[in-house]
Design a protein around this ligand. Structure first.
Ligand SMILES: Nc1ncnc2c1ncn2[C@@H]1O[C@H](COP(=O)(O)OP(=O)(O)OP(=O)(O)O)[C@@H](O)[C@H]1O
Ligand SMILES: [Mg+2]
Length: 478
């Protein structure tokens, strides 16, 4: 409000008229009225008024005119003078001189400030300042552009009401952080004038007064709406791709899967028939029947589990993070590649660390990673005839900070040049390969806040490893 008044005052076209009238009034009173006071001292008001609408040379000229008028009044009246007139004249001249000096200094400081404020208008960032009541006191051009709200409309309004701000955490927590460290940064959702949402990467800095009390908050914001949207679209595309390749892997694993389901079903039939035979005996052998029924239940459950896992892999469910026992995830993945292990005549060895702490992750996606790595390892050993085809899957805790899973084969190995391209989409050396397996593995593991890499073994073959942080957060929700 005060700012608006002073702007109005400063730009008013009446000011020059008032200043001239004031100067004429002072001259007349000083010359014709036999007042005892040093009336000419009041010329300082004329100079201060002039500094509001005149540049530096104009203020100097006004000051010179005031000095001339003071001297003129003295010359016109000095005949009546008893000597005090000269003192009053000199006093007024000194006052005019000092006021001119201070006014010019103030004007140049104001100019510098205005220049700096203009610089803030050059940046594309939205910058605004608000006081401790959240009332906006400064609003730059970037903010006008981002929010569609002009400076005049914004100054004086409560920032978070005007922008309908949605905070990523409680405002009490944000305030506590700001008071404690003097800074805060995070992602805010604001509403523009046209009602659309803007996701803004916001940085706050707290300014304190000389006594250390919070005074103002400078808020700088970058519009990241488009990036955010692109990230979401990318995450969505990754999820789609993961699903498609999962479906493709399932297609390749049909033989294994068929075997995993047929075997328990055959077991059920065999046990059912045996049970019936035990019942048909002259003296039914109930203990034997009980054993057969228990085996039927066990086989039924096994088939049920395989089918459930398959359905989970085939379904396109959104990513779901939950605490997982990765040893369990490895064992589940292995049931789906059992047949491949037999077909490729591979010796599968498990070295799973007991009491592995849980990691936060999506069960189906991590199964997909392990299946991809195991299938790659087995395919890499297809041509090996002169040594055992061994696939070793290990789990362990690394540095008490992350869980490390490795899949090690004794296959063909990887050429140094190819090492750099392994995880790139569509890189394949297989005639029927898609080149998507490792690229999907990487996007899944990185979305879990982890990393995946390959290294050549000391002996033949390659090791693929991935590390997942304990209690890792998932970065996106496709
Ligand atoms: N264990 C491994 N040993 C040797 N080379 C490997 C191994 N794993 C991957 N590669 C190399 O990396 C390439 C890319 O693997 P990736 O799993 O991404 O695709 P792919 O297996 O060729 O096809 P698909 O998309 O069907 O999985 C493979 O073609 C192969 O050359
Ligand atoms: Mg592959």
């Amino acid at each position: 409000m005060a700012g608006r008044l002073s702007t109005l005052f400063a730009t008013s076209s009446l000011l020059p008229v008032i200043a001239v009238a004031f100067a004429v009034g002072i001259f007349v009173i000083d010359t014709v009225t036999p007042l005892e006071a040093a009336v000419a001292v009041l010329y300082v008001v004329v100079i201060m008024l002039a500094s509001n609408f005149l540049p530096r040379p104009g203020v100097l000229l006004t000051s010179a005119i005031c000095l001339v008028l003071t001297a003129l009044s003295f010359l016109l009246t000095h005949e009546l003078d008893d000597g005090t007139g000269l003192v009053k004249c000199l006093l007024s001249i000194a006052a005019i001189g000092i006021t001119t000096f201070l006014t010019l200094k103030n004007q140049s400081a104001n100019m510098t400030l205005r220049e700096q404020a203009r610089l803030l208008d050059l940046t594309h960032d939205a910058i605004f300042v608000r006081d401790t009541n959240d009332v906006i006191t400064y609003w730059n051009r970037g903010a006008e552009k981002l929010y569609g709200v002009t400076r005049e409309e914004a100054v004086g309004r409560v920032a978070h009401v005007l922008l309908q701000t949605r905070f990523p955490e409680s405002s009490d927590k944000i305030l506590a952080d700001l008071l404690h460290t003097g800074r805060w940064e995070g992602e805010l959702v604001h509403t523009r004038r046209d009602g659309t949402r803007a996701v803004v990467a916001s940085r706050w800095a707290l300014k304190r007064d000389e006594r250390g009390r919070p005074q103002e908050i400078l808020e700088t914001g970058n519009d990241v709406t488009a990036e955010k949207h692109a990230q979401e679209t990318l995450a969505e595309a990754h999820a789609q791709l993961a699903h498609v390749t999962r479906a493709a892997t399932l297609g390749e694993l049909t033989a294994s899967i068929g075997h995993e389901v047929i075997q328990p079903l055959a077991g059920i039939v065999t046990n059912g028939e045996a049970g019936l035979r035990w019942l048909k005996r002259d003296v039914p052998q109930l203990e034997e029947v009980r054993g057969a029924i228990e085996r039927m239940i066990r086989d039924g459950k096994r088939a049920d589990q395989v089918i459930r896992r398959l359905r989970a892999l085939a379904k396109k469910a959104p990513m779901q993070a939950m605490p997982l026992d990765l040893n369990e995830v490895i064992n589940e993945a292995i049931t789906l590649v059992q047949r491949e292990v037999l077909n490729y005549r591979v010796t599968l060895q498990l070295e799973l660390a007991p009491d592995l702490p849980p990691a936060l992750g999506d069960r189906v996606e991590l199964q997909q990673v392990i299946i991809n790595l195991m299938v790659n390892g087995m395919q890499a050993m297809e041509t090996v005839v002169d040594r055992p085809r061994s696939l070793v899957v290990c789990s362990g805790l690394h540095d008490a900070q992350e869980i490390l899973i490795s899949v090690q084969d004794s296959g063909s190995g990887i050429a140094p040049d190819d090492m750099k391209r392994l995880f790139k989409a569509f890189f394949t050396t297989k005639p029927n390969g898609m080149g998507m397996g490792l690229s999907i593995c990487r996007s899944i593991i990185e979305a879990h806040g982890g990393r995946v890499w390959a290294s050549s073994n000391a002996g033949p073959g390659t090791s693929f490893q991935f590390a997942l942080p304990l209690n890792a957060g998932i970065r996106h929700e496709p």
